[in-house]
Design a protein. Structure first.
Length: 177
C-alpha cells in the first residue's frame, strides 16, 4: 500500500484521483491494478468493522406535528463505522443502523449522532424505511433510515463524505448539537 494511504478515506480519495486520470495505454493496466488493490484494502477494513454495532438507544418519545418522534442517540466508534453505515444503506441519503431492537417501519427519528474517536456530534432527522429482521446474506440485522429535511449543504456534506471527497472533519458542519 502506498505510504500516503493511512485510512479508508485516503484510499477513497486516491481511487477517485486515479480513475479520473486514467488514459488508454500500457500504464492503464498498472492504474487498474492499483485501484483494485485500494478497493481490496477498503473491503478488508470494512470487514474488520462489520461485527461492531454502534450504540443505539431511544432516549425519549415526543409528539411533533401529530406524529410520534423517537429521540435517539447513535454513537459510532469512529468515522469509518459511520462510513460503513452509509455504505450498507441501499440508497443515498440515509444510513443502516445495525441493531437488535428494531423500531417499526415509518418510525420518525431525531438522531443525535456521535463519532467517539473524532469527537464529532451532530443531529439529523430521519424515518425508518426498511428493516432486516435477522442477519442474512452478508447484511446484519438492523434498520434502514432515510434522512429527511436535509438542507442542500447537509446533503452535499453527507454525499461528499460517503463518496470519499470530504474528510470526517466536514461532518462538524452538518447540524452541531
Amino acid at each position: 500500500m502506498p505510504e500516503e494511504i493511512k485510512s479508508i478515506f485516503d484510499a477513497l480519495k486516491k481511487i477517485k484521483e486515479m480513475t479520473g486520470t486514467m488514459k488508454i495505454g500500457s500504464s492503464e493496466m498498472v492504474q487498474i491494478a492499483a485501484v483494485k488493490e485500494l478497493k481490496n484494502y477498503i473491503d478488508v477494513i470494512l470487514k474488520d468493522h462489520f461485527q461492531v454495532k454502534p450504540s443505539f438507544s431511544v432516549i425519549s418519545k415526543r409528539e411533533s406535528e401529530s406524529e410520534e418522534v423517537y429521540v435517539c442517540e447513535l454513537v459510532f466508534k469512529d468515522a469509518v463505522h459511520l462510513y460503513e453505515s452509509l455504505a450498507l444503506n441501499i440508497s443515498k441519503g440515509g444510513c443502516f443502523i445495525k441493531e437488535d431492537d428494531l423500531l417499526s417501519i415509518d418510525s420518525n427519528l431525531e438522531l443525535n449522532i456521535r463519532l467517539e474517536r473524532e469527537k464529532i456530534d451532530f443531529m439529523l432527522e430521519g424515518k425508518v424505511i426498511w428493516i432486516n429482521p435477522r442477519d442474512t446474506q452478508g447484511r446484519p440485522k438492523g434498520m434502514g433510515v432515510k434522512f429527511n429535511k436535509l438542507s442542500p449543504t447537509q446533503k452535499e456534506i453527507l454525499d461528499g463524505f460517503a463518496n470519499g471527497d470530504l474528510d470526517p472533519e466536514a461532518l462538524r458542519l452538518l447540524n452541531p448539537i
